[in-house]
Each structure stands twice: as C-alpha cells, then as structure tokens.
Design a binder for this molecule. Sequence first.
Ligand code: CA
Length: 232
Amino acid sequence: MSLKVLLVEDDRELRQTLNEALKLEGYEVITSASAADATAVIRHAMGSHHPLDLLILDLGLPDGDGSDLLRSVRAQFNMPILIISARHDDENKVSLLDDGADDYLVKPFHLGELLARMRVALRHRGTSVTTAQKQYAYGSLRVDLNKHAVTQAGAPIHLTPTEFKLLARLVRQAGQVVTHRQLLLDVWGPEFIEHTHYLRLYMAQLRAKLEDNPTEPLMLLTEPGVGYRLAE
Ligand code: CA
C-alpha cells in the first residue's frame, strides 16, 4: 500500500505542483488549503483503516497558523510532520522543532530536497519507504520515468503528456491491477472520476503505440470490470 501524505498548503499553484510531484513518486496524496479543513481531514484519516503516514504543513494559512495545527496534531499523533514556510528566522525554526516538527524547509525549496527529508522522517519512524518503480521493460519496450523516455528496440516513441501520465501510473505499480477510479483520479483529477470513456480512449491510443497487436494486448492488460494491469 502506498504511503499516505496530507499536504496542507493554501498557495494553489504550489499545492498542485507538489501534489502532482508526490503522486509521481508513488505517494497517495490528500491536499488541504486551510487549517479547519486539515483538522477535519486528519480526524477522519486517523480513524480510518489507512491513517496518514506523513503531514506536510505550511505555516501561513488563511484561517490560522500552521504552528497551532502542528501542536494539536503532535499532541495526538506520532506521524512525521514537515513544515514548509517562507519564514526563515532561526528562533522560529527552533520553536517549531521543539513543538514536534520533524523538519523544516524554507520556501522556495527543491523538490528533491523535500522528497529526501520526507524519506528521512519516515525512516526515523521506522516506516519503510518503498520507492515506486521507475523503470519498466517488456520485450523490447523500455520505459524510464526519470528520463521521461519510452523506447521500442532503442527507438523513441512519442507519447502525448496524458498518454505518458497514464503509462507512468501503471509502471509505478507494474504487475498489479490499478482500478479505473484510481487511474482517473491520478491522471485526470478528482472531477473526472466518472469519465471512464477517457480511460478507454487513452488506453486504446497507448495500445496502438505500444502493442504489436493492439486488439490482443499482451502488456496493457484489461482486468474486466476492475481496471488495468501492466504485465510483468
Ligand atoms: Ca501560506
């Protein structure tokens, strides 16, 4: 099961960028843009069968200060908490760490830095971070998510951004079935969950580009009534 992260950030652009990037890394991401919403999400998630594994928290929120949320969460739960903030005075950092934050990143930060700090914080809690699969091979087809490259017998295959996102989502869980809902959510977004025809259309396009015989796929497999699975 992927690790579940709550990202609390009111800056829409940063929230979306981080959401996409964390999903690409294989995390399950929930986002929240206010302290009140985050509090409700945390209460709900921590009582569910898959509680939060990590919290990323902005300090300047429209309805309160992230540091108050930090203290109230820390008083109840043991998950790692990473602060992301534009404030950078040392005194403030020390008090946040004293209040139970695991780490602190000053904006703007590099994504790689955030991912590394997340892994460290999770390791300290004894949570094993199984990084999602980044490479895939089937016959003479090669997919390298880091290089954003798809090749057939060494020759590059051009995929549209959506085709690539769909393929990447399957690569990260190669060999496992990924549900229609999960694919629509991760590739298109929550407002497209009912649009299964998008999925059928793009899967047909991918098969046309990647399968020897698109009507009898060997790699991009249909799990009837459930979703799709990338053959291993
Ligand atoms: Ca903010």
